[in-house]
Design a protein around this ligand. Sequence first.
Ligand SMILES: [Fe+2]
Length: 275
Amino acid sequence: MNNNLPADYHMHSHNSGDSKAPMEDMIESALERGLSEICFTEHMDLDYPEYPDLPPEQFTLNIPAYREELFKYREKYKDRINIKFGIEVGMQPQVTAQNLQLVKENNFDFVIASIHLVDKKDPFYDDFWGWDTIENIFRRFFDVTLENLKLFTDYDVLGHLDYVARYVPNGDTTYSYERFKDQIDEILAHLARNGKGLDFNSKVLGYSDTLLPNPCPQALKRFKELGGEIITFGSDAHRPDTIGCEFAKMRQIALDCGFTHYYTFDHRVPTAHQL
Ligand SMILES: [Fe+2]
């Protein structure tokens, strides 16, 4: 077993609409935690709906400003930590062409494809829930995920596969891998067949004793069984103190699921590292 913690490949700074963290604070925290590589993956969610408490286009990323800041710190910290230039692209069918274009035009190291919206609503907000049974909402979420992955093809990993499970109304127990196995397996097989990976995302472990990481371990295990190879570790940190959140525990889960390696990326090319 490798004693170094896996690289954190899902992190946000003030360049993302929902973070206030200075980039340098995130880097310093990663150093304190002993990480030797990190990848910023700032949000780009085009056509994000308007919410009363949010400014319009809150998740439209200023890529040139982000790039300039990142490259400044990459140079400053080059002897201490590798800093990669990534993005988390929010998928919706109507912005697919724009998303493909922006990935093509920018020389990212790493691209996460995520679903944050189902029919233009974010499960993070209470008004998302209630339009149907929770079972049907999950079914719609997984349908939308696969539909978008077939359209937006220029990515490296799928972000937090069962994202919607993070925000279910308190105490609801509808979600399990087994219950949605038919749909989840189809997504996992699609990723494996296309050489794509999974973001193994620890965010909820930082604040909940009951929620599971995304994807849940059973889905991660199934990905391996279906021929999936590429996994990256992501804290989804939006603040310095949650970088590398529970990565020791996450590594053990990945090992238990049959994975022996995790991946980092350089100019979109994956490299395997022993777990
Ligand atoms: Fe996300």
